[in-house]
Design a binder for this molecule. Sequence first.
Ligand code: CTP
Length: 398
Amino acid sequence: MLADKRILLIIGGGIAAYKALELIRLLRKEGAAVTPVLTRAGAEFVTPLSVSALAGEKVYTQLFDLTDEAEMGHIQLSRVADLLVVAPATADLMAKIAQGRADDLASTLLLATDTPVMVAPAMNVRMWQHPATQRNIATLRGDGVRLVGPDEGEMACGEYGPGRMAEPAAILDAIRGALAAGPLMGKHVLVTSGPTHEPIDPVRYIANRSSGAQGTAVAAALRDLGARVTFVTGPASVPPPQGVQVVRVDTAREMLAAVEAALPADAAVMAAAVADWRVAEESHSKIKKVAGAAAPSLRFAENPDILKSVAQSPDRRPRLVVGFAAETDDVLAHAQAKLARKGCDWIVANDVSPGTGIMGGAENAITLISATGAEPWPRLPKDEVARRLALRIAGALA
Ligand code: CTP
């Protein structure tokens, strides 16, 4: 519930503005109050009347509106809310925020505010991918602005790719996360999850049975405690959680690069089932079956150990580094050895023998291993394991 919370919602100009109406409805259903601000371009897509009718409040549109100044100045308006949300956030509006410009009501509020800001970008895929937009995004992130989306998919302009505004329900989740007065508020936690795919040729790859369910649940639980979560995921079969920064990768080497780009972090939880080896010479064309020829043989090369490199980083080691150990036998002994070998603080050990139904299943039975000993937990739903682990992490970072 978002009772007693006030959101200042800035609706930028883009076809996704219609989704902002649904967002207002969802926010009000949750008990939040919404102060709407409609940019001039935004008003080309949705009318001030529909926005104010749904919000049940006056909609602000102009910077130099004397009536508004008499009622509430723009500085005061920028401070009334618990969170400023920009949805849709156009490339232009984000460029303005990144540069600190204040030439209309929306950009002035964003520059004047002292409350957290969240943006839901929406634009054409090429505009999103343009280095200028990506530079602005990096600036915004560095300034502590939270991002939700954009999603990948078919765009109103007919192109396909990232740039679609996140769905209103996803933005609502992210708002909940941002306003959760949880113990991890202000902390950045990096989570890796899912399998990696190591290509053999353009159509074949080596993979493993990880579904990404436990890593996803951990990321969601950390978000619910107020953490800013960067979620680096391989091709998992469960969808990533809402309200976290999702970075999708395929291979172990891509995962390492994404992890390095996401540092620094206060804690890292490495739940990914990273392939230990990749095919040494990936074929760039499909390997063909030749009648009478011998079966091909694959030569492997060792992948980087992401957990180890983060845990042993000389200058960017998070305060808490948590690894997972999926074992099929001698679980405790192997996990304890892993803790020492990798240099992490905790290992979440689990038995993934086929009989346990853990890999790809809904439950997990873990033993939490640290320098102080091994603590077996009862068999629990993966969500509950994640919730308890997130609370432990919050305790360790307190
Ligand atoms: N891990 C990693 N990078 C790798 C391999 C593993 O970051 N290249 C991480 C996993 O995310 C996990 C932990 O290390 O947190 C243990 O993974 P696991 O596959 O169980 O261990 P391995 O190092 O592969 O050891 P072994 O093959 O001996 O079980």
